[in-house]
Design a protein around this ligand. Sequence first.
Ligand code: HEC
Ligand code: HEC
Length: 319
Amino acid sequence: MPPRTARFAAVRRWATAVTSAAALAACATYAYRPAPLASFHAGDAPAPTADARAELGRALFFDVRLSGANDTACASCHQPARGFEDGRAVAVGTGGRVGAMATPTLIGVGEARRLMWDGRVKSLEAQALMPVANPLEMDQDPAALSAELAADPATRAAFARAFPSDPAVTPANIARALAAYQRTIRPEPTRFDRFAAGDVAALTASEQRGFALFNGKAACAQCHSGPLMTDNRLHDIGLADRGQGTRFKTPTLRHLAARAPYMHDGSLPTLAAVVAHYADHSVQRRGVPARTPLTAPERRDLVAFLDTLSPDAVQTAAR
Ligand code: HEC
Ligand code: HEC
């Protein structure tokens, strides 16, 4: 942990950066929206996209055939309507088998430099078949899956479109397609983005005070920095459960309103509980940031600001 002065210098850099031209340009990239998500249900026509590989990946992401018992898709746990999470404290896979950790969001995952809560995986291609083979998640042998999919003429045709020079239905091509789709899962624009783009009135006075706390006194931006609000690093934030390791990846704060409960162990049910954790309850072991005491009105302002990182429709539904 760097000395306190160095940490606050990092916070100030982000606070300044948000009004800089580079940060505004980065915010503009949120205007890219993935094509509307194809529905889960068989028989619905898939939405057209320019990219046949991502289109195949999207179909596979929603396809229960990826699990051995044909009862679980990637989207069973990574549900678009829940910010690509599942609303549970720990994931539940095929046949109701209970996993060890909370399902993380996939929003902005194409930009992640490390994957999984402990950061052990380096690419989406390397990750994609892990849940397929995991007995608690989808419990399917990837080679058997390839044979099952190759027996279906429509699926074979989709692989031919996605991989014109190498159309075989193989585990490697399944992983490539799933990775291509996941790179299209981008955050939707929010009121915070309008504010960052210069429209000061897009945030209320309370939300603006919350943003100032986030950058300043509460020091959240020390780790939750940049347009996705993650430094892509591993930290121990002093949760009581040390889980499978002490340090976990800083998650994005995009679409928070749809993603409760929070943290790798799903231990915090609301954003107010998250703020109370940092202010009052973090276990002060080596490497954990110091608690940041906040008054009741400051807590309300900080939560109000965190809500502006979700699209308006999600905020309204969650309130
Ligand atoms: C049973 C629920 C479940 C299913 C099904 C599932 N996942 Fe996950 N996913 C998780 C959990 C839990 C983690 C975190 C695991 C860890 O950190 O050890 C995770 C992590 C990930 C990550 C890393 C995200 C990050 O930011 O670190 C990616 C990418 C991912 N899953 C993609 C997929 C794909 C693709 C599929 C389908 C082939 C899939 N998942 C199926 C629960 C699930
Ligand atoms: C030292 C780095 C660090 C600081 C400072 C920090 N966070 Fe975090 N934050 C993390 C990490 C790491 C996690 C994931 C921890 C885990 O699940 O074990 C996290 C998780 C979260 C989550 C849950 C996200 C999810 O997907 O479940 C929220 C919300 C959050 N932080 C908000 C804040 C706020 C608000 C502040 C300031 C009061 C703050 N953070 C300060 C590193 C930090």
